[in-house]
Design a protein around this ligand. Structure first.
Ligand code: FAD
Ligand code: SF4
Length: 395
């Protein structure tokens, strides 16, 4: 342990965080690595381009549309497991990759997040050392999760080879301190992330949106422009985006997520999401050689197809900006109808991913401009500024 670590003291639960209301509870400040917070925190010191260069050998090419939107990558594809994992968020590519890496001895442990016994949505970060422990972490916890809070345990365990699974803000902080962890090799498996909530915020979202909030097992904002809630009995409830009670939900999303511009997890080696793939498939972004190494070991278990793009998102994004800003909610019959129409003619594949990125970046730019104007210039990365300036924003 370095002297700097010894001097720094982890914050107690509930203590104010250095990023104040923008804190995403990534977990760094629950450890002595808080010593590096001013440099490492994604909400205090945005440094995506520099960290991209360190992790991938170059920062994204702003003149290439795919780089601009999806970050540095060697390849993208749509994939799904031939035999999906029961109870995974999608087909379980994330859990499978982690299990294979452990089984083959590439890593000694996997940072992932299980849930507490009492509450299926209460995150409980762990260092998994068995396939069973990794499996127990499958499925999204759609709540802010302090994944990095286990970093001190990594150091204490003497582990040298580690896989970390996480979302963008966790991975930005991790990349900033990775050289201090005493590891020989770090693998980073990321998922995209957006619109996360605190546990209380999640309850409000479920209560205002689902017909049966207490039986929801998981949910996803899907490519068919509906939220799909899966219930305990296996039934799927679909609520069109346009029918969400935006006026009531405006303050549900965490301030960190309202000011985040790293939707696609720019700094992970391999990213596994869904939004750039056809419905039912997952979307894979291989950012560097390490990501390719991770994908190679699960490739034989996957069915794959090339990524595609269809439609034109621009008008739909432009229309959604003032509608969201004013908190417009359509009556459910109109929302259902709109959902059917837009599913038929709306953007698909990578164009759907760009639709989602544009909608969230414009919303988040407005949020940051209004609530933290002093941060706007430094906090919004250049690629996000270029994306946002394609649209007319309300004052
Ligand atoms: P599984 O095999 O089920 O494994 C899920 C893994 O996610 C587990 O290892 C677990 O440790 C980890 N995890 C769960 N919750 C969290 C959390 N809160 N923080 C950090 N790690 C967590 N993809 C898109 O393409 N577009 C989106 O808009 C999008 N939004 C997301 C929002 C959230 C809050 C999260 C957590 C993920 C989001 N994803 C999104 C990713 C997507 O939903 C799936 O997680 C991904 O495709 C992996 O599916 P899987 O079946 O392979 O994962
Ligand atoms: Fe600390 Fe992470 Fe919160 Fe930043 S986001 S203040 S690094 S816990």
């Amino acid at each position: 342990m370095t002297l700097a670590h010894k001097k720094a003291k982890a914050l107690k639960p509930g203590a104010p965080r250095p990023a104040k209301e923008l804190c995403s509870e990534c977990g760094l400040c629950d450890t002595h690595y808080i010593h590096y917070v001013k440099e490492a925190c994604a909400f205090i010191n945005q440094q995506v381009a520099d960290l991209e260069t360190a992790a991938h050998g170059r920062s994204r090419d702003l003149d290439s549309e795919d780089d601009l939107y999806f970050g540095v990558h060697q390849q993208m594809m749509a994939a799904r497991k031939q035999q999906p994992i029961e109870g995974a968020q999608w087909t379980g590519i994330v859990s499978t990759t982690a299990i294979e890496m452990l089984n083959r001895g590439l890593v000694e442990g996997v940072v992932c997040v299980q849930n507490s016994e009492a509450d299926r949505f209460q995150p409980m970060p762990v260092i998994a050392r068995t396939p069973e422990e990794i499996l127990a972490a499958r499925v999204n916890k759609p709540t802010l999760s302090p994944n990095l809070s286990v970093l001190e345990q990594v150091e204490q365990s003497g582990m040298k080879r580690l896989l970390v699974i996480g979302v963008g803000c966790q991975i930005q902080a991790l990349r900033s301190v990775q050289d201090k962890l005493g590891l020989e090799k770090l693998y980073v498996l990321g998922t995209p992330c957006v619109d996360n909530v605190t546990r209380e915020g999640l309850q409000k979202f479920l209560d205002t949106t689902s017909r049966s909030p207490e039986t929801v097992v998981h949910y996803e904002f899907m490519q068919d422009f509906r939220v799909h809630f899966k219930h305990e009995d296996g039934s799927i409830e679909k609520v069109p985006f346009f029918g969400l009670k935006t006026n009531q939900l405006k303050d549900v999303f965490a301030p960190s997520c309202m000011s985040c511009f790293d939707y696609v997890n720019s700094l992970a080696d391999l990213v596994v999401g869904y939004m750039g793939a056809p419905f039912g498939w997952q979307w894979l972004v291989v950012r560097n050689e390490t990501g390719q190494e991770m994908l190679d070991i699960v490739m034989e278990q996957l069915e794959t197809q090339p990524v595609m793009a269809k439609g034109d998102r621009k008008q739909a994004v432009q229309n959604s900006i003032p509608a969201y800003d004013k908190g417009v909610t359509l009556p459910m019959w109109a929302a259902q109808l709109m959902g059917v129409v837009i599913e038929k003619v709306g953007p698909k594949g990578l164009e759907y991913a760009r639709f989602s990125i544009d909608s969230h970046f414009t919303r988040n730019y407005l949020y940051t401009q209004r609530n933290h104007p002093e941060k706007l210039e430094q906090h919004v990365p250049e690629y996000a500024k270029r994306i946002v300036c394609q649209y007319k924003l309300p004052k």
